[in-house]
Design a protein around this ligand. Structure first.
Ligand code: ZN
Length: 121
């Protein structure tokens, strides 16, 4: 009676693997961060405004090697990478960007704004 469930298992696992790999590759390549003078987030470390990039810990190469060698370590590594992704500053990679419209964010953007007059791009 378990044969049906057992024959489905490899397919379900394969779909899971492709889904995780797709997400991991997308996260590693994309990031999505952008320096934007009118962005909604500001970095408390360097004062850059923009959209936070997504930083994925670990390495895609290690992930692929683990997947190719052994199933369980690859799965654990993928889950760890996907669950520890953090938004970071697109300019300096610091974690913890804050909204510009928060009190601290406003102060930072005003301070950065004063300095930016001398840096014309
Ligand atoms: Zn920064």
């Amino acid at each position: 009676m378990n044969t049906t469930a057992l024959s489905m298992l490899p397919m379900i696992l394969a779909i899971g693997i492709f889904y995780l790999l797709f997400k991991a590759i997308k996260g590693s390549l994309g990031g999505g961060g952008k320096v934007d003078p009118v962005g909604r987030m500001i970095c408390p470390a360097c004062g850059t405004r923009g959209q936070p990039a997504t930083k994925t810990r670990g390495s895609l190469a290690i992930e692929i090697v683990l997947w190719l060698c052994l199933f369980i370590p690859g799965l654990v590594y993928s889950i760890w990478r996907l669950t520890t992704r953090v938004p970071v500053c697109p300019a300096c990679d610091a974690e913890g960007m804050i909204p510009v419209n928060s009190p601290v964010g406003r102060r930072l953007s005003e301070a950065a704004g004063r300095e930016q007059h001398t840096i014309e791009i």
